[in-house]
Design a protein around this ligand. Structure first.
Ligand code: ATP
Length: 461
């Protein structure tokens, strides 16, 4: 298969009902996207897989779903008001806005230069851009304004007055909800350290760089998990979870050779360790997931700014302390892109034709089973089978076009199994079940269909 381009992937997602450009009929809104009928199923399955793996199936794990709008003091305590910013500059010629660090990184990647751009000061970045004559990607000129820090938080106002005291923020990360509720969860669930809190929810960042489709958007969903532990347990937990998180991506079908750990060159002043899991996207190696040892910084800050005690009391020793936090975090949209880019396949068949197949893990597939009557006059029996399967699986009923075309249509959107109703079905209550990947067909009794499909779709669990 030719190398997959982002252009091809975006067109595929749009044409097959996975992802549409946001507000398209109005010319769109940069870095926003809408999920279509297949996209929303796939995304829900991804979120469910994450939730089951980290929250439901772990004894010391709890979930929350916190408000997007929080008291603005939260963002002062977290440091976001003062310093959640990117180094931006404008092109004086065409007036487009760019992130200085990203332009340097792109230039370095193109020229095979390895350096830690996140260690550079604003002056160093500015000089580097001039010395290497790094050009504006839009107009090709190298004539930029001075680099300034640009806060990424979206602001809005609460109430009707135009007073600055009413400013509130759309949360730029979900984890602060987990921090401020740490003691609520601990008390109500009688949780003992070490324990974890997971959350899935929307976050918003006023990103200025072009997004590479849903890789970087201004509104996105995060799946974030915080492990609360005692100082001294943190390093072991960080190491354990690094591998547990990596294993999770392998269980979703992402191959080992496309995933790597990448330690941060520069740590936040409070952090003890930070590693990204990076994936090999069509546009290069980029962050999929972050893992951080945040020490006791977050809860200490919240204790300081709220004036409320954030101490945990050890039930055995009575010792009181502010817990350390190990966090891992991934964007549901970014994982969606990762999985779809990895699964998209073009195969050349024996007859020379090309078959597009979305080789996504069966349990993540948006539609699990397609029911296809061989001919329209078999539709009554086919509907009966469809109605029966719909109780347990997301199904599609399709009777338009030749059977070959219908198989291709379902291969393309990743439907793992196609159930075909033919004239023998009327005689002996059996159907043909075709496998997406092998294209092999099995003859199965209708009464055994549910257990056959269940083991094929969820057998990897
Ligand atoms: P990046 O360096 O890619 O901007 P980050 O280091 O700022 O990411 P974190 O703040 O650690 O990211 O966020 C955790 C995860 O949330 C990221 O690993 C990524 O999967 C996801 N994420 C962050 N920003 C965005 C965004 N603008 N759009 C989509 N997903 C995002």
């Amino acid at each position: 298969m030719e190398e997959l381009t982002m252009q091809k992937l975006v067109a595929y997602c749009k044409n097959r009902g996975f992802v549409f450009p946001g507000s398209e009929i109005y010319g769109g809104l940069a870095n926003t996207w809408d999920y279509g009928p297949l996209g929303v199923e796939l995304k829900n399955n991804i979120k469910r897989a994450w939730w089951d793996y980290f929250v439901t199936k772990d004894e010391n794990s709890y979930g929350v779903d916190c408000a997007i709008l929080m008291n603005p003091r939260v963002w002062e305590a977290s440091g976001h008001v003062a310093s959640f910013s990117d180094p931006k500059m404008d092109c004086k010629n065409c007036k487009t806005r760019h992130r200085a660090d990203t332009l340097i990184e792109d230039y370095n990647t193109k020229h095979g230069i390895e350096m830690a751009v996140d260690l550079m000061s604003k002056d160093e970045m500015s000089n580097y851009i001039k010395e290497h004559n790094i050009k504006c990607p839009n107009c090709g000129k190298c004539d930029f304004t001075e680099i300034k820090n640009f806060n990424l938080m979206f602001q809005t106002k609460r109430g009707v007055t135009e007073d600055n005291s009413d400013v509130i923020y759309l949360r730029p990360e979900t984890c602060q909800g987990e921090y401020v509720n740490f003691l609520n969860v601990q008390r109500t669930m009688r949780a003992k350290i070490p324990f974890g809190i997971g959350q899935i929810g929307k976050s918003f960042r006023n990103e200025i760089t072009p997004g590479n489709f849903i890789f970087r958007t201004i509104e996105f969903e995060q799946m974030e998990y915080q492990l609360f532990c005692k100082e001294g347990q943190d390093e072991k937990i960080f190491d354990e979870y690094k591998h547990k998180v990596m294993k999770f991506y392998h269980t979703l079908g992402l191959p080992e050779e496309k995933l790597r750990f990448k330690d941060h060159d520069k740590l936040a002043f409070y952090a003890k360790a930070a590693t990204d899991i990076v994936f090999h996207y069509p546009f290069g190696w980029e962050e999929l997931n972050g893992i951080h040892n945040r020490t006791n910084y977050d809860l200490t800050q919240h204790q300081k700014y709220s004036g409320k005690n954030m101490l945990y009391t050890d039930p055995v020793t009575g010792e009181k302390f502010i817990p350390y936090i190990v966090e891992f975090s991934v964007g549901a949209d970014r994982l969606f892109l990762t999985l779809i880019a990895n699964a998209y396949t073009e195969e050349t068949l024996d007859d020379g034709e090309t078959r597009v197949v979305l080789k996504i893990l069966p349990r993540l597939a948006p539609i699990k089973v397609a029911v296809l009557p061989l001919q329209k006059n078999l539709s009554e029996k086919a509907h009966e089978v469809f109605k029966g399967l719909q109780k347990d699986f997301v199904c599609d009923y399709d009777e338009s076009g030749s059977i070959g075309k219908r198989y291709r249509r379902h291969d393309e959107i990743g439907t793992p199994l196609c159930v075909t109703i033919d004239f023998d079905t009327l005689e002996d209550n059996t159907v043909t079940v075709r496998d997406r990947d092998t294209m092999k067909q099995d003859r199965i009794k209708i009464e055994n269909l549910k257990s056959y499909i269940t083991s094929k779709i969820f057998g990897d669990n």
